[in-house]
Design a protein around this ligand. Structure first.
Ligand code: PEP
Length: 249
């Protein structure tokens, strides 16, 4: 399954506000036959959101998964997610890397476990501001890719989310042509380093809203978006999905 527009709610939502979100989304989405749009609510709301979206095409994923199961207090395994009907997970978000200390090697293990379980992954990479200023973005991204993915057989649906850390939640985004060129670079590196020469879809993440979505989605190598803040509003998120649907190619 190829997912193009994914909302990352982070640690937000409530039983009540999730219902209003669905209401707003439902009445704002133009095409009720959506199949490539997804939301990642916190773990505790996965079950509720799966029930609330059962008659919508919206997919529900988790924001993270553990690399294993069993004696790992506080963690959520892939099988637990699959069990309730969750079909994919974000892995390697920069907040997991920064706040929870997740390294490229640790994320590689999560990816291997997910691949073994046939569980789809949206794998996040992205450079900090210092790398962007130093002009070393590509070197940084290449290291993230090689250390986490090299020589793995990537499953259909495996997707990269390119999220420059300095663009997340700041209202700043890189030059659109630079994003497009970076996506092409990412596709080439994943293709040449994965065992099965897999070319992934690459989503852009970092301050995407309904205001900048149209210009982003016109670019050849931008296959969609991972959206944080703007996904918390059902109407705004539906608007971005509508813009993607009408992007014209
Ligand atoms: C994110 O955290 O994945 C993200 C892209 O956030 P925002 O859209 O708020 O920049």
């Amino acid at each position: 399954m190829s997912l193009s527009i994914i909302g990352n709610w982070k640690s937000n939502g409530s039983l009540e506000s999730n219902k209003s979100w669905i209401h707003d989304f439902k009445y704002s989405i133009n095409d009720p036959e959506i199949s490539n749009v997804a939301i990642c609510p916190p773990f505790t709301y996965l079950d509720q959101m799966i029930s609330l979206t059962s008659n919508l095409g919206l997919s529900i994923g988790s924001q993270d998964i553990d690399s294993s199961s069993g004696a790992r207090t506080g963690s959520i395994s892939i099988n637990a997610c699959k069990d309730i009907g969750c079909c994919f997970s974000i892995v390697g978000h920069s907040e997991r890397r920064e706040i929870f200390g997740e390294s490229n090697m640790y994320l590689r293990q999560k990816l291997i476990t997910a691949q073994e379980s046939g569980f789809q992954v949206i794998f996040c990479i992205g450079e900090p501001k210092e790398q962007q200023l130093a002009g070393t973005t590509n070197n940084f991204l290449e290291k993230q890719i090689i250390e986490s993915l090299s020589d793995l057989e990537l499953l259909d649906g495996f997707t990269i989310a390119y999220e420059p850390i300095w663009a997340i939640g700041t209202g700043k985004i890189p030059d659109i042509k630079d994003i497009n060129a970076t996506h092409k670079f990412i596709k080439d590196i994943v293709q040449s380093s994965s065992k099965n020469n897999f070319t992934p879809n690459v989503l852009y993440g970092g301050s995407v809203t309904s205001k900048n979505a149209e210009v982003l989605f016109k670019e050849k190598y931008i296959d969609g978006a991972l959206i944080g803040g703007a996904s918390l509003n059902g109407k705004e998120f539906a608007e971005i999905a509508n813009i993607f649907k009408n992007r014209g190619f």
